[in-house]
Design a binder for this molecule. Sequence first.
Ligand code: GUN
Length: 166
Amino acid sequence: MLRKEELIDKLQLEKHPEGGYFKETYRSETLLPESALPSEFTSGRHASTCIYFMLTSDEFSAFHKVNQDEAWHFYLGKTITLHIVSPEGNYSQVSIGNDFSQKETPQFVVPAQHWFAAEIKTEDSFALVGCTVAPGFDFDDFNLAEPQELQQLFPQHKEIIQKLTR
Ligand code: GUN
């Protein structure tokens, strides 16, 4: 197995503001005009984008939400636990991985506008996944949670929000 530093180097990954490392690998040349998109999109977008995303066990991906559905594809490494809070405040957990005996799934779509965070519970490990969105990603579509604000919105999930925000 490659070490995480080798993977960062080989795939030219950079730090992501939510935590973890990423590299955009695809940006569709097809452009969607603002008029074709729902109102939360503030300008036109590329039709779709993909990234590599690497998470390590010594940090977490902090609660954030995006305007698009986001498809996660597991490539290698240890299981990622996704924590999801719907706009209505319903909490759920999904294990992204390939141990089918443990009810892990190699592919999962986080619905648009759902708050989500990710962690790896196996010590000293990492995972590499792909994340695909359509319309394509723009940091204007990305909302990183403020710990206090998210706790006020969902006081029933205070503990997990405290653990997975910065
Ligand atoms: N490009 C830069 N950051 C992201 C992200 O968090 N998700 C997706 N899908 N693309 C990105």
